[in-house]
Design a protein around this ligand. Structure first.
Ligand code: DX5
Ligand code: ZN
Length: 217
C-alpha cells in the first residue's frame, strides 16, 4: 500500500496562502499537517485558530493538527470546532494525556499522541486504546527544515509494533526531515503517514515529490 502524505503548512509561503493550498490539493497529498506552536512547549511560535479558520475554507483535505503547546486540554475543542479531522498532542505537554485523548475523540476527531526525540516511546503503550495515530518526531519539534535525528528511527519500529498488536488500524506518522532520501527508511520501519514541509513546498513540482513520498519503501 502507498504511504499517506501529510503536507506541513509550516513551510508554505503565507503571502500566497490561497495558491499554496490549491497547490497542495492538486499535488495528490492526502492530508494537510497544521503545526501549532506556543513558544513555551517549543521555542517557537507558529500559528493558531484564525489561520486554521482561513485555511479550512481554502481546501477540502482532512486537516491533521499537531499541537506543540502546553495544556492542550484547554484548546482541543477549538481546533475540533474549526474542522480538524485529527488532533495530535504531545505526551510531555500534559499531566493527563488519557483525558486529552478521550476529549479529542468525544469531539468527533481522531486522536494522536506524540513524543519528543528524548522521550521513550514505551510511555505510549498504556494509552494505545485511546489513540488512532502515533506520531514519532524525527527532529526536535519547533522548526521546519531540520535533518532527521538518527536515534529517533528505532521508535518508529516500536510504534509500529504497538499499533499492530492493538488489532486496530493505528497510523504511525513520521514528522521532521522527511524527503526523497529519508522517506524510504521511515517507511520501511513502519511509518505509513509521512509529514513533509520543506521538501514539498520547496519543490518546483510538488506532485512529483508527493509521488516520491507515497512510493518510498
Ligand atoms: C516541526 C514540525 C514539522 C515541520 C516539518 O516541529 O512538527 O511538521 O513542519 O518540516 P520539514 O519537513 O521541513 O522538516
Ligand atoms: Zn508537525
Amino acid at each position: 500500500m502507498e504511504n499517506l502524505v501529510s503536507a506541513s503548512l509550516l513551510a508554505a509561503d503565507f503571502s500566497r496562502l490561497g495558491e499554496e493550498m490549491k497547490r497542495v490539493e492538486a499535488s495528490g497529498a492526502d492530508w494537510l499537517h497544521f503545526d501549532v506552536m506556543d513558544g513555551s512547549f517549543v521555542p517557537n511560535i507558529s500559528f493558531g485558530e484564525p489561520v486554521l479558520a482561513s485555511v479550512k475554507g481554502l481546501l477540502s483535505l482532512p486537516i491533521d493538527v499537531h499541537l506543540m503547546i502546553n495544556e492542550p486540554i484547554r484548546y482541543v475543542e477549538h481546533y475540533a470546532r474549526l474542522g480538524a479531522s485529527l488532533i495530535t498532542v504531545h505526551y510531555e505537554s500534559t499531566d493527563e494525556p488519557g483525558n486529552v485523548l478521550k476529549k479529542i475523540r468525544s469531539l468527533g476527531c481522531k486522536a494522536g499522541i506524540t513524543v519528543k526525540p528524548a522521550t521513550d516511546v514505551e510511555v505510549i503503550k498504556p494509552l494505545i486504546d485511546l489513540v488512532d495515530l502515533i506520531l514519532i518526531m524525527t527532529v526536535e519539534p519547533g522548526f521546519g527544515g531540520q535533518a532527521v535525528i538518527e536515534q529517533t528511527l528505532d521508535k518508529i519500529r516500536k510504534a509500529r509494533a504497538f499499533a499492530d498488536a492493538s488489532g486496530r488500524r493505528i497510523y504511525v506518522q513520521a514528522d521532521g526531515g522527511i524527503n526523497g532520501k529519508t522517506a524510504g527508511r521511515v517507511a520501511s520501519l513502519g511509518a505509513d503517514v509521512l509529514v513533509s514541509g520543506s521538501y514539498l513546498f520547496g519543490a518546483e513540482n510538488m506532485a512529483e515529490n508527493v509521488k516520491v513520498l507515497k512510493n518510498a519503501r
